[in-house]
Design a protein around this ligand. Structure first.
Ligand code: ADP
Ligand code: MG
Length: 396
């Protein structure tokens, strides 16, 4: 016998043993089911965060949904990519080595999200090992292998040598395949990138999901690494307007209180975001916080404009703040001079170092640092219109 009990404003304490059986809906209501003698009782209980948001007239109800860790369901407009990746991993379901996959697309096109979804699903539905490593943080083979040993909780791999650790991983995955995401592989320097891929792609039953912003990262790999890897390439195009609108509406439904936003407000964000879901979501979050800070009952276009400015000016400073002083000096030289060739950049940088009595970095490191600035989107790098291998750097 089933009975329903619904009293959203003064909910009963959920009885002990009640099982949560739905996610929070647009009104902050969660459904619980409880078996009590021969009765099956369904309780609808308002989420505490929702109630607090109502009491304090806040706009942001659940801030977690705006974080990068949040795993939204469904993943909008990415069925084809999900299907292609899962096809490549299919052999792992039969304990065979999966195919490698190369995911590429501009920032905010859902690459990391899709890869995390795949790991989540495969970890639950199949007997496979799964791991995620960000090459922004772990940018050498040594660091990636260390992170992998940690993620897989492989014991007895304390020895420092990378070859020893690789051997332990190989033995660990001999029976159960490994699906490994190497996110932001373009953040590793070319030489390290090749070493990481070369070291991992032949490691027994491993399927790599490599993620980069540009397809060129793959094509610029040395031929021996490229052919060893031979991945299936999956493109993530920028989101069209209707898809971005849907992504944004799902977040607003899940994270903001009813009546605090309108479709015109979301439309304005979609127009500004140029197909980048990250920019759209962060603009919405900032606008909501700004509106709440002003004690406005809802988000207005003026909040969006202010938020948009913030979202689009902070990343450069953020990225610079986590780089070294030499990166910042190189960036400063490019900024001060508009466009500089590689030779000029080096000369002007050395002049700056001399002026402050600082030891300049070596030439090889200089070239790596300039590449890092370009990969981080702080400067652009193109071939200069002159003879030889001269590059021209400009502010991005
Ligand atoms: N298809 C989608 N559906 C829902 N949210 C998305 C989608 N694509 C991206 N997002 C969200 O946009 C943000 C950036 O996505 P992410 O996968 O990190 O982008 P990328 O790795 O391509 O730079 C994340 O908050 C993510 O949850
Ligand atoms: Mg990403």
């Amino acid at each position: 016998m089933a009975r329903s009990y619904c009293e959203p404003y003064s909910p009963p304490a959920s009885p002990r043993g009640a099982v949560k059986c739905s996610a929070k809906d647009a009104h902050g209501v969660i459904q619980y089911r409880h078996e009590w003698h021969d009765l099956e009782v369904t309780i609808f209980k308002r989420d505490r965060q929702y109630e607090m948001a109502m009491i304090h007239h806040s706009i942001v109800m659940t801030s977690e949904v705006f974080g990068e860790e949040f795993l939204p369901e469904p993943v909008v407009q990415r069925n084809e990519q999900l299907r292609n990746i899962e096809q490549c991993l299919h052999p792992a379901a039969w304990r065979r080595k999966p195919l490698h996959v190369w995911l590429f697309g501009s920032s905010g096109s859902g690459k990391t999200l899709v890869a995390r979804h795949v790991l989540h699903r495969w970890g639950k539905e199949h007997v496979v090992n799964t791991a995620y490593v960000s090459c922004w943080e772990h940018n050498t083979l040594y660091k990636v292998v260390e992170a992998l040993v940690d993620a897989l909780k492989i014991l007895m791999a304390e020895q420092q040598r990378t070859s020893f650790k690789l051997d332990r991983i190989r033995r660990y995955i001999a029976g159960t395949p490994l699906v490994l995401v190497l996110d932001e592989i373009d953040e590793a320097f070319p030489r390290d990138r090749s070493a990481i891929l070369r070291g991992l792609c032949d490691l027994g039953k491993v399927g790599l999901l490599c993620i980069s912003r540009s397809k060129d990262t793959f094509y610029c790999l040395p031929p021996n690494v490229r052919t060893r890897l031979s991945p299936q390439v999956v493109e993530f195009p920028r989101y069209p307007v209707h898809a971005l609108a849907r992504i944004l509406q799902d977040r607003a439904d899940a994270g903001l209180t009813d009546g605090s936003w309108t479709s015109a407000v979301l439309g304005k964000i979609v127009d500004l975001s140029a197909g980048d879901a990250r920019v759209a979501i962060q603009t919405l979050r900032s606008a909501a916080e700004l509106a709440e800070g002003e004690k406005s009952p809802n988000i207005r276009i003026s909040h969006i404009e202010k938020a948009w400015h913030g979202v689009n000016t902070t990343p450069k400073e953020c990225v610079l703040s986590i780089l070294t002083d030499d990166h910042r000096m190189l960036y400063q030289v490019v900024k001060e001079n508009g466009g500089v060739t590689s030779g000029e950049l080096h000369r002007l940088y050395e002049e700056k170092c001399r002026a402050i009595r600082r030891k300049p970095i070596a030439v090889r490191t200089f070239s790596n640092y300039a590449n890092r600035l370009a990969l981080s989107g702080l400067i652009t790098c193109e071939r200069a219109r002159m003879r030889g291998k001269v590059r021209l750097f400009k502010i991005a």
